[in-house]
Ligand binder design. Structure first.
Ligand SMILES: Nc1nc2c(ncn2[C@@H]2O[C@H](COP(=O)(O)OP(=O)(O)OP(=O)(O)O)[C@@H](O)[C@H]2O)c(=O)[nH]1
Length: 803
């Protein structure tokens, strides 16, 4: 069954394979929809509650307005009855009655109706009461009161009780102003209260001047035709709408409602009686109701103000934000959970696969290990537990040590296989080194090859093991700790290699090395192995002690640095030696070279090297060779050489040497570099000297002539005895004229002074200078011809060169 089949689904319904992004998106979507639904229902509830609250506030405000309108009517009616039921009302009585009524009313007044005839008497009466300046007045166009004009009838204000600081407009004739007049007429007509159209009230502070005049006619109690006659006066309430409606309400900025009152009684247009100072807010909420005051109907429109909306703001925005945030957080959380879960599951899959692969690998490795253990028949592999008891004993161990695995595993320890005295010695050595006792059972396990390091490198150590038959076996044993997977020490692994044969070979090699050393010590010169790598680098593989004398270098120095050898070779020979080595490497031909070495102590020496090259696999050449000092041999050779080209009697060069030098000088001039001349001389009548003085004197004469001639020659001139009394001077780099002068000088040096016991000895000279294309024989022949001519012409002379 696959792992996928048993996995539970995410949140019970989301498949494991669904992308974490998709899950997060789905949750975000659902969260968004739920938030939207919740916001929608909350908004509906909010609007419902808002409407209810507004209606409540509006109803309360309507009640307040109606109540205050009724209150105004009742108070004015009371004042009217006060006048109607009294015979005469004095100013003090009026004031006393209206003083307590001045609440939410700007002023209460009483205006008496008088005819034009009664005006003067009326004014006089009132002035007599104490109002000395009292006159009937009317309003001018600019709002000032002035003396009223002559009319048939007046209704001047007689009494007035006002809150205004501007005072009462006493004497103001209400009939003089059309609106007030119309109001009085309507009151007369209805015989009841009438209210004016909205107007600017007189003698009221401007802020409160907008209002109405509520008028009630006062009929005389004593007038029998009161129903028909005009009233004798009017009581009035001056009502400022602002004062009436705003009293008891919070200030405009904090009032939740915006109120507007329209006067519907005007025919042409609905005039605004009152409008709240606070503007209505933009809202669908509004309420309208009709309210009546006296004979007028008013439309009262109420709308919520900004303060209302602010005090009742919706929490939907917060809800949406909160819902959105929660949705985002939830989707992010789910994304993290799902993706982490998926990652964890993938990791589990991956680790499971890895474990399976590791298991397979371990099985394979275990099989291979078992195979290796069994196949390693030349190596003893022994594993022990921590107590040293052997747990593995491979086929190689059986074969090498002569035990069967069955008799060793679980029965014997590694210590049992060792030679006891060797273990005891090693134990003592280790105990002394580490300053604590090391038991013999651990002596073969403690690493001792590195001083002071217990767990340092793992190097094999030679041990003597006791075989099954009691014989001894030399092994190289490498013991390493075995750790389990947690790194805990669980035992040891010892790998033993039989080194009996190796030791024998080492001993044989050591004996041969010793022999070689002894032999080479008795051989003059040095034996060496010299190697050139494929990249051209030199190295010395072996150098016997004899090399030390050849190069005055320690053999060990050469083993480290082969180039040190070349520092000893004479600078003029170094290039030649290197070239010959490379030539030998290229052609694999034997190397043989004689060269000079410049030694710190013995100075310049000649050596001869000989070596046989051998091509190495993979490139490079190895020489096996021998170097010897040939300085003595060279010296003898030089001496022999000198003898072979020297005339034994006179000590000057002989004919052979002359021939060699002539050949080389001819080659030089034929290459076009310089000139060449020869001067030939032959002693005159030498036979006579021999005959007269003896052969020995003749020999001395020959020596004396050579001495005199030699003194006159240049260092570059080559003076040779061709034989008998015949000589030749080879003069490089001089031409015919110079050669002639030299010959004359030589001729004179001979004849200018006598030789002891013999007298003056003369010679005949012939000269020849090399001509282009001329051979050696022709050159010599011409010189010889010169001597011949000199002899013919009487001897003792220099014969110049014929043209
Ligand atoms: N003492 C002595 N005599 C030599 C030697 N070699 C040759 N002679 C002699 O030199 C003589 C040469 O004589 P000639 O060839 O006749 O010449 P010459 O006597 O000098 O006469 P011209 O050359 O014609 O002047 C011979 O008698 C030789 O024996 C030598 O090494 N020592």
């Amino acid at each position: 069954m696959s792992l996928h089949a048993v996995r539970p689904k995410i949140l019970g319904f989301i498949s494991e394979d669904v992308s974490a992004w998709l899950v997060a998106l789905l949750v975000l979507l659902v969260g968004g929809v739920l938030t939207g639904l919740l916001a929608w229902s909350t908004l509906n509830l909010f609007h419902h509650q808002l409407r209810q609250r507004f209606q409540l506030l509006a109803s309360e405000r309507y009640s307040r307005i109606e109540e205050r309108f009724e209150d105004q009517e009742q108070r004015l009616d009371g004042l009217r009855r006060f006048f109607a039921n009294s015979d005469a009302i004095s100013r003090e009585e009026f004031n006393g009655y209206t003083q307590p009524l001045l609440r939410r009313t700007q002023a209460y007044s009483f205006a008496e109706r008088i005819s034009g005839d009664q005006r003067a008497a009326f004014e006089r009466r009132v002035r007599d009461e104490g109002l000395t300046n009292f006159t009937v007045r009317e309003l001018t166009a600019d709002g000032q009161l002035q003396l009223a004009g002559e009319r048939d009838e007046y209704v001047p204000v007689l009494y007035s009780q006002t809150q205004s600081k501007l005072g009462a407009p006493l004497g103001y004739d209400l009939l003089a102003q059309p609106l007030r007049r119309a109001t009085l007429e309507r009151a007369d007509q209805h015989r009841g209260m009438a209210v004016s159209q909205p107007m600017h009230l007189v003698s009221i502070e401007p802020a409160y001047a907008r209002g109405v005049l509520l008028v009630a006619p006062v009929m005389s109690r004593d007038d029998p035709d009161a129903a028909k006659n005009k009233p004798f006066g009017y009581v009035m309430a001056v009502i400022s709408m602002r004062q009436l409606l705003a009293d008891g309400l919070p200030e405009a900025g904090r009032d939740y409602l915006s109120v507007r009152i329209l006067d519907l009684s005007t025919d042409d247009q609905h005039e605004v009686l009152f409008e709240s100072p606070n503007a209505p807010a933009v809202s669908e909420l509004s309420s309208t109701r009709l309210v009546r005051l006296a004979d007028h109907d008013y439309q009262v429109d109420i709308q919520p103000s900004e303060a209302f909306l602010q005090a009742n703001h919706s929490s939907v925005t917060s809800l949406v934000v909160l819902g959105g945030l929660l949705s985002v957080l939830l989707s992010a959380l789910l994304y993290v959970l799902v993706s982490q879960r998926q990652r964890a599951l993938k990791l589990v899959d991956q680790r499971t696969e890895e474990l399976r692969a590791r298991e397979q690998e371990l099985r394979g490795t275990h099989g291979q290990l078992r195979g290796v253990l069994n196949a390693a028949t030349q190596v003893a592999i022994i594993a022990t537990d921590l107590r040293g008891v052997i747990s593995t004993f491979n086929a190689g161990a059986e074969q090498i040590l002569g035990y069967r695995a069955a008799e060793v595993v679980g029965h014997m320890t590694l210590e049992n296989l060792h030679l006891p005295r060797e273990l005891a010695a090693r134990s003592a050595e280790l105990s002394a080194r580490y300053g604590k006792p090391v038991p013999t059972c651990q002596a073969m396990l403690v690493e001792g090859s590195v001083e002071g390091s217990v767990e340092g490198g793992h190097e094999g150590r030679e041990w003597t093991l006791v075989r099954g038959d009691g014989s001894y076996l030399m092994v190289n044993m490498l013991a390493t700790p075995v750790l389990d997977e947690q790194g805990l020490w669980v035992g040891h692994l010892a790998i033993c290699i039989d080194i009996t044969e190796r030791k024998r070979v080492h001993e044989a090699l050591a004996a041969r090395d010793l022999l070689l050393k002894k032999l080479s010590a008795h051989v003059p010169g040095g034996i060496y192995q010299f190697k050139m790598e494929f990249d051209g680098r030199f190295s010395v593989i072996y150098a016997s002690d004899g090399i030390r004398e050849i190069y005055e270098l320690d053999p060990d120095v050469l083993l480290l640095n082969a180039e040190a050898m070349f520092t000893r070779i004479h600078p003029q020979d170094t290039t030649r030696v290197r070239a010959s080595i490379r030539a030998s490497a290229d052609t694999l031909s034997p190397w043989r070279e004689e060269y000079r070495v410049q030694l710190p102590h013995r100075g310049l020496r000649w050596v001869r090297g000989e070596a046989t090259p051998e091509e190495l696999p993979g490139g490079g050449v190895l020489w096996h060779g021998y170097i010897s000092d040939i300085s003595d041999l060279k010296r003898v050779e030089e001496e022999l050489r000198a003898l072979s080209v020297t005339d034994s009697l006179t000590g000057i060069h002989n004919r052979r040497y002359f021939q060699e030098r002539l050949t080389s000088e001819m080659a030089r001039v034929e290459r076009g570099s310089g000139e060449l001349s020869v001067i030939m001389l032959d002693i005159d009548h030498f036979k006579r000297i021999n005959d007269q003085y003896g052969h020995a004197v003749g020999d001395r004469v020959l020596q004396a002539v050579c001495e005199r001639i030699g003194q006159r020659l240049r260092r570059t001139d080559v003076f040779c005895r061709l034989g008998g009394e015949e000589f030749m001077v080879l003069c490089p780099d001089i031409g015919s004229a110079q050669a002639y002068l030299l010959a004359v000088e030589l001729w004179q040096s001979l004849r200018s002074a006598p030789i002891d016991g013999v007298g003056v000895v003369t010679a005949s000279f012939g000269i020849a200078s090399w001509r282009v294309g001329e051979g050696a024989d022709a050159l010599l022949l011409r010189a010889d011809s010169g001597v011949y001519v000199a002899k013919l012409e009487g001897r003792d002379r220099v014969q110049g060169e014929a043209d």
